[in-house]
Design a protein. Structure first.
Length: 289
Protein backbone atom coordinates (compact mmCIF):
# COMPACT_ATOMS: atom_id res chain seq x y z
CA UNK A 1 0.00 0.00 0.00
CA UNK A 2 2.91 2.35 -0.50
CA UNK A 3 3.68 4.72 -3.35
CA UNK A 4 6.99 3.96 -5.10
CA UNK A 5 9.67 6.29 -3.73
CA UNK A 6 10.51 9.39 -5.75
CA UNK A 7 14.11 10.38 -6.42
CA UNK A 8 14.02 13.52 -4.26
CA UNK A 9 13.01 11.73 -1.06
CA UNK A 10 9.98 13.98 -0.69
CA UNK A 11 6.25 13.44 -1.18
CA UNK A 12 4.56 16.61 -2.41
CA UNK A 13 0.77 16.83 -2.58
CA UNK A 14 -1.11 19.71 -4.17
CA UNK A 15 -4.65 20.13 -2.83
CA UNK A 16 -6.90 22.57 -4.67
CA UNK A 17 -10.35 23.77 -3.73
CA UNK A 18 -12.24 24.94 -6.81
CA UNK A 19 -14.97 27.60 -6.58
CA UNK A 20 -16.98 25.86 -9.29
CA UNK A 21 -20.73 26.00 -8.61
CA UNK A 22 -21.51 23.36 -11.24
CA UNK A 23 -23.02 20.79 -8.86
CA UNK A 24 -24.74 23.22 -6.48
CA UNK A 25 -28.50 23.76 -6.59
CA UNK A 26 -29.65 27.33 -7.25
CA UNK A 27 -31.35 27.28 -3.86
CA UNK A 28 -27.98 27.08 -2.15
CA UNK A 29 -27.40 30.76 -3.00
CA UNK A 30 -23.71 30.57 -3.86
CA UNK A 31 -24.30 32.84 -6.84
CA UNK A 32 -23.96 32.36 -10.57
CA UNK A 33 -20.46 31.74 -11.89
CA UNK A 34 -19.24 29.91 -14.96
CA UNK A 35 -15.95 28.01 -15.04
CA UNK A 36 -13.71 27.50 -12.04
CA UNK A 37 -10.93 29.20 -10.14
CA UNK A 38 -8.76 28.01 -7.27
CA UNK A 39 -10.33 29.19 -4.02
CA UNK A 40 -7.87 27.10 -1.95
CA UNK A 41 -4.29 26.12 -2.85
CA UNK A 42 -2.48 23.98 -0.29
CA UNK A 43 0.87 22.21 -0.65
CA UNK A 44 1.69 19.33 1.72
CA UNK A 45 5.35 18.28 1.94
CA UNK A 46 6.25 14.99 3.60
CA UNK A 47 9.93 13.91 3.76
CA UNK A 48 10.33 10.15 3.28
CA UNK A 49 13.01 9.98 6.00
CA UNK A 50 10.43 10.65 8.71
CA UNK A 51 11.37 14.29 9.24
CA UNK A 52 8.64 16.73 10.24
CA UNK A 53 6.11 17.32 7.46
CA UNK A 54 5.00 20.81 6.45
CA UNK A 55 1.94 22.48 4.99
CA UNK A 56 1.95 25.63 2.86
CA UNK A 57 -1.25 27.54 2.06
CA UNK A 58 -0.85 29.83 -0.94
CA UNK A 59 -3.03 32.99 -0.92
CA UNK A 60 -5.55 32.88 -3.78
CA UNK A 61 -4.67 36.47 -4.79
CA UNK A 62 -0.91 35.86 -4.90
CA UNK A 63 0.65 37.19 -8.10
CA UNK A 64 2.46 34.38 -9.97
CA UNK A 65 3.87 33.65 -13.39
CA UNK A 66 1.35 31.86 -15.58
CA UNK A 67 2.41 28.46 -16.95
CA UNK A 68 0.34 29.27 -20.04
CA UNK A 69 1.62 32.66 -21.11
CA UNK A 70 4.46 33.56 -18.76
CA UNK A 71 2.51 36.68 -17.79
CA UNK A 72 1.73 37.55 -14.19
CA UNK A 73 -1.72 36.75 -12.81
CA UNK A 74 -3.42 35.71 -9.59
CA UNK A 75 -2.77 32.05 -8.80
CA UNK A 76 -6.50 31.35 -8.50
CA UNK A 77 -6.96 32.20 -12.21
CA UNK A 78 -4.44 29.56 -13.32
CA UNK A 79 -7.03 26.83 -12.70
CA UNK A 80 -8.85 28.09 -15.81
CA UNK A 81 -6.07 26.46 -17.86
CA UNK A 82 -4.75 27.41 -21.29
CA UNK A 83 -7.64 26.60 -23.57
CA UNK A 84 -7.00 23.52 -25.69
CA UNK A 85 -3.26 23.61 -24.92
CA UNK A 86 -3.39 22.74 -21.21
CA UNK A 87 -6.15 21.87 -18.75
CA UNK A 88 -6.62 23.70 -15.45
CA UNK A 89 -5.17 21.09 -13.06
CA UNK A 90 -2.01 20.84 -15.18
CA UNK A 91 -1.65 24.62 -15.38
CA UNK A 92 -2.01 25.18 -11.63
CA UNK A 93 0.33 22.26 -10.89
CA UNK A 94 3.07 23.62 -13.15
CA UNK A 95 2.58 27.08 -11.64
CA UNK A 96 2.95 25.73 -8.10
CA UNK A 97 6.06 23.75 -9.07
CA UNK A 98 7.69 26.91 -10.44
CA UNK A 99 6.58 28.88 -7.37
CA UNK A 100 7.83 26.40 -4.76
CA UNK A 101 10.84 24.94 -6.56
CA UNK A 102 9.73 21.35 -5.89
CA UNK A 103 7.94 18.82 -8.09
CA UNK A 104 4.34 17.89 -7.29
CA UNK A 105 3.84 14.13 -6.93
CA UNK A 106 0.08 14.06 -6.55
CA UNK A 107 -2.85 16.37 -7.18
CA UNK A 108 -6.30 16.40 -5.59
CA UNK A 109 -9.15 18.81 -6.31
CA UNK A 110 -12.56 19.27 -4.75
CA UNK A 111 -15.26 21.77 -5.77
CA UNK A 112 -17.76 23.48 -3.47
CA UNK A 113 -20.34 20.71 -3.65
CA UNK A 114 -17.64 18.07 -3.21
CA UNK A 115 -16.20 19.81 -0.17
CA UNK A 116 -19.59 19.89 1.50
CA UNK A 117 -20.09 16.19 0.80
CA UNK A 118 -16.59 15.25 1.98
CA UNK A 119 -16.92 17.08 5.32
CA UNK A 120 -20.32 15.52 5.92
CA UNK A 121 -18.86 12.10 5.07
CA UNK A 122 -16.21 12.38 7.80
CA UNK A 123 -18.75 13.50 10.40
CA UNK A 124 -18.29 17.27 10.35
CA UNK A 125 -15.62 19.71 11.52
CA UNK A 126 -15.45 21.40 14.94
CA UNK A 127 -15.30 25.21 14.90
CA UNK A 128 -14.91 27.12 18.17
CA UNK A 129 -15.53 30.88 18.45
CA UNK A 130 -15.81 33.23 21.43
CA UNK A 131 -18.81 35.15 20.10
CA UNK A 132 -21.58 34.61 17.54
CA UNK A 133 -20.04 35.10 14.09
CA UNK A 134 -21.43 35.84 10.66
CA UNK A 135 -20.44 36.70 7.10
CA UNK A 136 -23.42 37.34 4.86
CA UNK A 137 -21.36 37.06 1.68
CA UNK A 138 -20.06 33.61 2.64
CA UNK A 139 -23.43 32.53 4.15
CA UNK A 140 -21.70 32.08 7.51
CA UNK A 141 -23.65 32.05 10.78
CA UNK A 142 -22.29 30.28 13.87
CA UNK A 143 -23.20 30.61 17.57
CA UNK A 144 -20.67 31.31 20.30
CA UNK A 145 -18.88 28.22 21.60
CA UNK A 146 -17.99 25.07 19.72
CA UNK A 147 -20.04 23.78 16.79
CA UNK A 148 -19.65 20.45 15.03
CA UNK A 149 -20.07 22.12 11.67
CA UNK A 150 -21.77 20.54 8.68
CA UNK A 151 -20.15 20.70 5.27
CA UNK A 152 -22.05 23.91 4.44
CA UNK A 153 -20.99 25.57 7.69
CA UNK A 154 -17.35 24.49 7.36
CA UNK A 155 -17.23 25.78 3.78
CA UNK A 156 -18.66 29.14 4.83
CA UNK A 157 -16.08 29.42 7.67
CA UNK A 158 -13.13 28.61 5.42
CA UNK A 159 -14.30 30.96 2.64
CA UNK A 160 -15.19 33.93 4.86
CA UNK A 161 -13.19 37.06 4.11
CA UNK A 162 -15.32 39.52 6.11
CA UNK A 163 -16.06 37.67 9.35
CA UNK A 164 -18.00 39.66 11.94
CA UNK A 165 -18.60 38.85 15.62
CA UNK A 166 -21.37 39.95 17.94
CA UNK A 167 -19.95 42.10 20.75
CA UNK A 168 -21.51 44.37 23.39
CA UNK A 169 -21.30 47.12 20.77
CA UNK A 170 -23.09 45.08 18.13
CA UNK A 171 -21.69 43.35 15.06
CA UNK A 172 -18.02 44.19 14.52
CA UNK A 173 -15.44 42.91 12.05
CA UNK A 174 -13.22 40.39 13.86
CA UNK A 175 -9.84 41.86 14.80
CA UNK A 176 -7.09 41.02 12.35
CA UNK A 177 -9.40 39.49 9.74
CA UNK A 178 -8.04 39.67 6.19
CA UNK A 179 -7.78 37.45 3.17
CA UNK A 180 -4.84 35.78 4.91
CA UNK A 181 -7.20 34.70 7.70
CA UNK A 182 -8.66 32.24 5.19
CA UNK A 183 -5.21 30.72 4.75
CA UNK A 184 -4.82 30.20 8.50
CA UNK A 185 -8.24 28.58 8.75
CA UNK A 186 -7.54 26.36 5.75
CA UNK A 187 -4.27 25.13 7.26
CA UNK A 188 -6.01 24.47 10.58
CA UNK A 189 -8.67 22.51 8.74
CA UNK A 190 -6.14 20.35 6.91
CA UNK A 191 -4.14 19.67 10.07
CA UNK A 192 -7.35 18.74 11.90
CA UNK A 193 -8.42 16.35 9.15
CA UNK A 194 -5.02 14.65 9.13
CA UNK A 195 -4.94 14.33 12.91
CA UNK A 196 -8.31 12.57 12.77
CA UNK A 197 -6.68 9.76 10.81
CA UNK A 198 -5.09 8.72 14.09
CA UNK A 199 -8.54 7.55 15.22
CA UNK A 200 -8.52 4.78 12.62
CA UNK A 201 -7.30 1.41 13.83
CA UNK A 202 -6.63 -0.27 10.48
CA UNK A 203 -6.13 0.43 6.75
CA UNK A 204 -9.55 -1.16 6.21
CA UNK A 205 -11.17 1.63 8.27
CA UNK A 206 -9.42 4.26 6.17
CA UNK A 207 -10.48 2.43 2.99
CA UNK A 208 -14.12 2.63 4.10
CA UNK A 209 -13.80 6.38 4.61
CA UNK A 210 -11.98 6.78 1.29
CA UNK A 211 -14.88 5.12 -0.52
CA UNK A 212 -17.26 7.67 1.01
CA UNK A 213 -15.08 10.63 0.11
CA UNK A 214 -13.94 9.42 -3.34
CA UNK A 215 -17.01 10.64 -5.27
CA UNK A 216 -16.30 14.19 -4.10
CA UNK A 217 -12.60 14.38 -5.03
CA UNK A 218 -10.71 14.44 -8.33
CA UNK A 219 -7.16 13.06 -8.18
CA UNK A 220 -4.33 12.59 -10.66
CA UNK A 221 -4.34 9.41 -12.74
CA UNK A 222 -1.25 7.95 -11.04
CA UNK A 223 -2.82 7.92 -7.56
CA UNK A 224 -4.73 4.65 -7.30
CA UNK A 225 -7.29 3.87 -4.60
CA UNK A 226 -4.85 1.46 -2.96
CA UNK A 227 -2.11 4.10 -2.97
CA UNK A 228 -4.49 6.67 -1.49
CA UNK A 229 -5.43 4.33 1.35
CA UNK A 230 -1.76 3.57 1.99
CA UNK A 231 -0.97 7.27 2.16
CA UNK A 232 -3.81 7.85 4.56
CA UNK A 233 -2.51 5.09 6.81
CA UNK A 234 1.07 6.39 6.84
CA UNK A 235 -0.13 9.95 7.55
CA UNK A 236 -1.98 8.96 10.72
CA UNK A 237 0.72 10.56 12.86
CA UNK A 238 0.39 13.98 11.24
CA UNK A 239 -1.60 16.53 13.17
CA UNK A 240 -1.43 19.47 15.52
CA UNK A 241 2.08 19.84 16.94
CA UNK A 242 3.63 17.40 14.47
CA UNK A 243 3.50 19.43 11.28
CA UNK A 244 5.13 22.76 10.42
CA UNK A 245 3.03 25.55 8.96
CA UNK A 246 4.95 27.48 6.32
CA UNK A 247 4.00 31.12 5.75
CA UNK A 248 4.38 33.24 2.65
CA UNK A 249 5.37 36.83 3.61
CA UNK A 250 3.28 39.14 1.39
CA UNK A 251 2.26 42.74 0.78
CA UNK A 252 -0.58 44.30 -1.16
CA UNK A 253 0.14 45.74 -4.61
CA UNK A 254 -1.86 47.19 -7.49
CA UNK A 255 -1.40 45.96 -11.05
CA UNK A 256 -1.23 48.25 -14.09
CA UNK A 257 -4.94 47.70 -14.71
CA UNK A 258 -5.85 48.63 -11.13
CA UNK A 259 -6.38 45.14 -9.67
CA UNK A 260 -5.46 44.61 -6.01
CA UNK A 261 -3.17 41.59 -5.59
CA UNK A 262 -0.72 40.07 -3.12
CA UNK A 263 3.01 39.97 -3.87
CA UNK A 264 5.43 37.77 -1.93
CA UNK A 265 8.21 39.72 -0.21
CA UNK A 266 10.30 36.56 0.06
CA UNK A 267 10.38 34.03 -2.78
CA UNK A 268 8.14 31.07 -1.94
CA UNK A 269 10.88 28.74 -3.16
CA UNK A 270 13.17 30.23 -0.50
CA UNK A 271 10.58 29.50 2.20
CA UNK A 272 10.34 25.89 1.04
CA UNK A 273 14.11 25.53 0.70
CA UNK A 274 14.60 26.88 4.23
CA UNK A 275 12.22 24.21 5.52
CA UNK A 276 13.95 21.44 3.59
CA UNK A 277 17.37 22.55 4.81
CA UNK A 278 16.23 22.73 8.43
CA UNK A 279 16.03 26.50 8.68
CA UNK A 280 13.57 28.52 10.74
CA UNK A 281 10.26 28.70 8.91
CA UNK A 282 7.57 28.48 11.57
CA UNK A 283 5.55 31.43 12.82
CA UNK A 284 2.48 33.59 12.18
CA UNK A 285 1.62 34.74 8.68
CA UNK A 286 3.61 37.77 7.67
CA UNK A 287 1.97 40.81 6.06
CA UNK A 288 3.06 44.25 5.00
CA UNK A 289 0.51 46.93 4.17
Amino acid sequence: MTIPPSSDGLDVFLIVGSDSRAELDDSEEFGDFSGQRADVVIVLLRPRDGSTAAILSVPRDLLVESACSGREMRINVTLEGCGDDMNGPTAVTLTVETLTGVGVDHFAMVDLAGFIGAVDAVGGYEICVEHDVRDRRALLALPAGCTLATGDQALAWLRSRHTQELTDSGWQTMSGVSDLTRNERQREFMVSMMSRLADFSSPQDIAALAREVAPHVTVDSSLSFVDAVGLGWTMRGLGSGSILELDVPVRYATTDNGALVLVSTVAVAEVVDSYLSGGSVQGPASFSG
